[in-house]
Design a protein around this ligand. Structure first.
Ligand SMILES: [Zn+2]
Length: 226
């Protein structure tokens, strides 16, 4: 029996901390849309503005291709002492075969893909982590075995905002506030064109967390129950 990368959904249900996590997806298809001018941006700077203005902690799961397309935004994320950086594959592929309509890669390429993504992210410094999130949260035994040598913790999450391709912000607020508890890991996206309502929902989510006495904290602190 080999070892297997651990998977976590949330931290201890004690205290008041919750993790706001933002995925930064980027596929070749998305890059093509940017080049063709069909899409203006997959980097939602209003989210960063809001988090910075309110001094809110957050964790960003970055794809390598997103970092390479948005080096200045990555620098801004890495330069914020309240933000943690984590890994979301190089090109947002699925390694399990069927996973929504994501591009698919063989599981044999997973460890190299994730290692390469760390190599892209790590030069930016800041609060680097060994957290990894699968695109579409699609994983199985073979993918977790493949990741074991990398020493990563796989982070899914227990609160799905449902922000991809959302057309209204209120359902996102409700989805988060109805399910969030101490130790929760909330999944959102910083991809703007593919998650266009997230910045509108965010101030309401932050206000709702405050009302519930919940405090956004870096993912490492939430998982440690610190
Ligand atoms: Zn993703």
């Amino acid at each position: 029996m080999g070892t297997r990368a651990p998977v976590v959904d949330h931290g201890p249900r004690t205290g008041a901390k919750v993790a706001l996590t933002f995925d930064a997806d980027m596929t070749d298809g998305m890059l093509a849309s940017l080049r063709a001018g069909r899409v203006k941006s997959y980097a939602n700077l209003r989210i960063l503005d809001l988090l910075e203005r309110d001094e809110v902690a957050a964790t960003f799961f970055l794809t390598g291709k997103w970092v390479q397309r948005y080096p200045d935004v990555t620098r801004r994320i890495a330069g914020n002492p309240r933000f943690e950086l984590a890994n979301h594959t190089y090109g947002h592929a699925a390694f399990t075969g069927d996973c929504y309509d994501l591009p698919s890669q063989p599981v044999g390429e997973l460890a190299g893909d994730v290692a390469k993504t760390f190599e892209v992210i790590e030069p930016y410094g800041g609060r680097q982590t060994r957290y990894f999130r699968f695109p579409g949260l699609c994983h199985d035994a073979a993918t977790l075995d493949a990741l074991a040598p990398l020493g990563v913790t796989v982070v899914d999450g227990d609160v799905v905002s449902g922000d991809p391709f959302a057309t209204a912000w209120k359902p996102l607020v409700r989805a988060v506030l109805d399910h969030v508890r101490p130790g929760s890991v909330v999944i959102m996206h910083v991809t703007e064109a593919n998650a266009a309502m997230t910045d509108e929902a965010l101030p309401h989510i932050l206000a709702g967390l405050r009302e519930r006495g919940l405090v956004p904290a870096p993912l490492s602190e939430v998982l440690a129950g610190a």
